[in-house]
Design a protein around this ligand. Structure first.
Ligand code: NAI
Length: 466
């Protein structure tokens, strides 16, 4: 192959989107992928399969609890786990095909194998067919992340598992203990709880959903999940696993008191870490930070000339859509155009039922920055559509600057919050005020009206709450 303009290493949402954007901008691009399928963690073992499982288990849960709607016999329903997994695999397979088509049709060469930095302007790709050297003016590293392993309870794939196995269990465990009440813990905990497992989430912080959520929002989410039978053990520090008479038990401590949680499966979801395995980072002199993430400047440039990095392998939230935005921006910068990501308007979503979503600053974060805020909240239980559709759990919260009324952040626990948050993202992107939302016409009846009402509540002018 003659000299390329760009070699992208890693075909997750960061890498393949970067490759497509660069090709659209007229660059000659190769995309290196070590796995047989394109799409990375998100498509193959992350966002997409978990969404398929969440949807299937929602169908099951709705049917089981459908008595009020005239659905009879729900309590006798059983689940065919193999069929559920087959549906998930079909969804993943369809999207894999879609990504491959999109990439190939743009004239991007897909190079199978493990990519390694091979000195100035070179990437060495090793596969079972041998080694091949790609020469390129630019390299983008988009090698993603892998689950964090707790040193005192290593993954064994059987009792102590990561999300990799948590999306593919062959049968419903009787008791599942989830370590970590973040996105993965709550999503996969919900999947297996809906299928009948007794799920206990052990979290070291005092709230669920991660530190970006305000405590009132996190509490509303926790209450909704508890109503579905999930148990929470907060403020608990995990200490290990021990064999018990009935199998295994997770051990933990809280305020000096020893705790023990019997479990058939222990799903560890305590975060992910940058993946630079096989990249030859140290040999190439690539700088990383204290957490092993590739160090970059504000144009995604590493310390090596022509080598860039994006997505989970660099600092910032480990989210597919953040990686995609960075993929577009870095391709534009390499092509000599302006490329930019607004890190203040990246939404976070936990796809549970109800969903949890946030964008911008929380009330706590705004206060920590010394910004005086006004806050408006609206509970879903006062929303007509919510009452008509079993969606009364949760609330929407709008955080606005007290001086200018500019919306700084929005948080919500609501059915369909992943879709509702999009309006908040656009609003923050345009720098709009709470009054702007309050004066925008929202369709009735919709759950989204809760967003409008919360914006009205910033100036204490909500119509449907007192
Ligand atoms: P996370 O960072 O979202 O949550 C980890 C949780 O584990 C935190 O609440 C933390 O306090 C807790 N924790 C850490 N160490 C602990 C310990 N020793 N004992 C008890 N609790 C402990 O990480 P998670 O859920 O593993 O997800 C990994 C990454 O993937 C995150 O960056 C997440 O944002 C992303 N992701 C995003 C999803 C989404 O957008 N819906 C879905 C799944 C993952």
């Amino acid at each position: 192959m003659s000299q390329l303009d760009l070699v992208v290493i890693g075909s997750g949402p960061g890498g393949y989107v970067c490759a497509i954007k660069a090709a659209q901008l007229g660059l000659k691009v190769a995309l290196v992928e070590k796995d047989p399928n394109l799409g990375g963690t998100c498509l193959n073992i992350g966002c997409i399969p978990s969404k398929a499982l969440l949807h299937s288990t929602e169908v099951f849960a709705h049917a089981r609890h459908g008595k009020r709607h005239g659905v009879v016999g729900g309590d006798k329903l059983t689940i065919d786990v193999a069929a559920l997994m087959a549906n998930k695999d079909k969804v993943v397979s369809q999207l894999r095909g879609g990504v491959r088509t999109l990439v190939s049709k743009r004239g991007i060469e897909i190079v199978p194998g493990l990519g390694r930095l091979g000195g100035a302007g070179k990437v060495v790709v090793r596969s079972d067919k041998g080694e091949r050297v790609l020469e390129a003016r630019n390299v983008v590293i988009a090698t993603g992340s892998v689950p964090v392993e707790l040193p005192f309870m290593k993954f064994d794939g059987e009792t102590v598992i990561s999300s990799d196995q948590g999306i593919a269990l062959p049968k419903v465990p009787d008791r599942m203990v989830v370590v970590g009440g973040g996105a993965i813990g709550l999503e996969l905990g919900s999947v297996w709880a809906r299928l009948g497992a007794q799920v206990t989430v052990v979290e070291m912080l005092a709230t669920v959903g991660g530190p970006a959520l305000d405590p009132d929002v996190a509490k509303a989410a926790q209450k909704a999940f508890e109503a579905q039978g999930i148990k929470f053990e907060l403020g608990a520090k995990v200490t290990g696993v021990k064999k018990s008479a009935a199998g295994h038990a997770l051990t933990a401590e809280r305020d000096g008191k020893a705790l023990e949680f019997p479990a058939d499966r222990i799903l560890v979801a305590v975060g992910r870490k940058a993946n630079t395995t096989g990249l030859g980072a140290a040999e190439a002199g690539l700088k990383t930070d204290d957490r092993g993430r590739i160090a970059i400047d504000d144009h995604y440039r590493t310390n090596l000339p022509g080598v860039h990095a994006i997505g989970d392998v660099v600092a910032g939230p480990m989210l597919a859509h953040k990686a995609e935005e960075e993929g577009v921006a870095v391709a534009e910068l390499i092509a000599g155009k302006a490329g930019h990501v607004n890190y203040g308007a990246i939404p976070g979503v936990i796809y549970t039922e109800p969903e949890v979503a946030n964008v911008g600053l929380s009330e706590t974060e705004a206060q920590a920055k010394g910004i005086e805020v006004r806050v408006g909240k609206f509970a879903l239980q006062a929303n007509g559509r919510a009452i008509a559709t079993d969606a009364t759990a949760g609330l929407v919260k709008v955080v606005a600057c007290a001086k200018t009324d500019k919306v700084l952040g929005v948080q919500m626990v609501a059915k369909g919050a992943s879709e509702m948050i999009a309006a908040a993202c656009a609003h923050i992107e345009y720098g709009g005020s709470a009054e702007d939302i309050a004066r925008t016409c929202f369709a009735h009846p919709t759950l989204s009206e809760s967003f409008k009402e919360a914006a009205m509540a910033v100036s204490k002018s909500s119509i449907h709450s007192l």
